[in-house]
Design a protein around this ligand. Structure first.
Ligand SMILES: [Zn+2]
Length: 375
């Protein structure tokens, strides 16, 4: 038992301080199933069923304080005359949750609607048109939501200075005629494609101020972004353009313990050079009918736990939700009172009708320690 910021904390407690639901890349569209550029099946109509199951589950749990939706709420293939209808259809499902949902902008959102319209539709808690913000769900914890397309070719008017600057950058870094192609680019340079974006200078400065303030107040910070920010967690072609600039700021402080993202549909996990966990959430869009990909994060004084919540209809549910609680324990710093701060991450796993977990999860199973479910 120790005292941190005037609050009694235990090195380990059974009940989380709070929990929040997570889901990524719903990418709903009222169109037949298709495939990604690389051939991965996409279930455009089923993805909203994944969201419906998720909301039902979160409400049943009764202890989920809020949701974070990691962007790409609808798909770029959604007929443009149905974009608004599709966004409302998905938002109606989020509205069935007994609490607030915090959204962020993804590239597919911007294929359909301009950012100004999205900031309003998604009810972002900002006092301007900006799509980045932070909030305190608990006195010692701060959530930061980044706008990964603040600096991008998407969503701004064609004649906007940001569009011109972003196109100039892509022209310098990507020689392909089709700027959505990373052909010929090597390693992390593959991130310089039009479907990615970056954090602009004003937002970088804001992030620095937020992390400075969080450090002063001894808060633990969780960063949420549509785009991944660590090369070890994702395919290079899915990385944020200036992930290195963002992480250079993050690494100046010791308050950020985990970064969550979407966009790279297969998911991923890494621990970077400063012991920050990066967890990319698997896409709801690529769950075959009857399967799901969503979860919730339990926040304890000394750790985070990302838990899968597979639906009862899914064979293997018991297996995945009760025994595939895959955790890695790693020391990630100490709080001001000297209590060791640890993060435990449970993989957000997909379950399929055949009970086969994704190859990513199999790889991760080998990389992680297996442990029983959280109690
Ligand atoms: Zn995306």
């Amino acid at each position: 038992m120790a005292v941190a910021n005037g609050v009694l904390v235990r090195a380990s407690t059974k009940e989380p301080l709070f929990s929040f639901g997570v889901i990524a890349d719903v990418q709903y569209a009222d169109i037949p199933d298709g495939r990604s550029f690389l051939g991965a099946p996409r279930y455009y109509r089923h993805s909203i069923s994944v969201l419906q199951r998720a909301v039902r589950r979160w409400n049943e749990q009764g202890n989920i304080k809020f949701l974070i939706n990691f962007g790409d709420i609808i798909d770029g293939h959604c007929p443009k005359d149905k974009s608004l209808w599709a966004v409302h259809k998905v938002l109606d499902e989020f509205d069935k949750f007994d609490g607030p949902t915090y959204h962020m902008i993804g590239n597919h959102c911007l294929y359909n609607l301009p950012r100004r319209k999205l900031v309003s539709l998604l009810k972002m808690p900002t006092d301007s048109d900006r799509a980045y913000y932070d909030f305190l769900p608990f006195p010692e914890f701060r959530i930061v939501v980044l706008d990964a397309y603040d600096f991008s070719c998407l969503g701004w008017p064609d004649d906007h200075s940001v569009t011109a600057a972003a196109m100039k950058l892509l022209g310098e870094r990507n020689p392909n005629t089709d700027k959505n192609s990373s052909d010929g680019l090597v390693g992390v340079d593959r991130r310089f494609v039009k479907f990615n974006g970056g954090v602009g200078s004003e937002q970088l400065s804001w992030l620095n101020d937020v992390l400075q303030d969080a450090s002063t107040h001894q808060q633990t910070v969780i960063i949420c972004s549509h785009l991944p920010m660590d090369p070890g967690s994702t395919s290079p072609a899915a990385l944020m353009w200036n992930y290195d600039e963002v992480m250079a700021i993050v690494h100046q402080y010791n308050c950020v313990k985990a970064c969550f993202a979407g966009h790279d549909h297969k998911g991923g996990h890494s621990v970077d050079s400063h012991s920050v966990h990066h967890r990319i959430l698997e896409a709801a869009l690529e769950c075959p009918p009857g399967t799901s990909s969503f979860g919730h994060v339990e926040v304890y004084p000394d750790r985070l736990l990302l838990a899968a919540a597979a639906p009862a209809s899914c064979p293997g549910d018991g297996l995945i939700s009760s025994s595939v609680s895959v955790v890695r324990r790693s020391s990630v710093g100490s709080s001001a009172d000297g209590v060791g701060v640890e993060i435990l991450l449970v993989l957000l796993v997909k379950c399929s009708r055949t009970g086969i977990v994704s190859s990513h999860t199999k790889i991760s199973l080998r990389r992680f320690i297996t442990k029983g479910p959280p109690d």
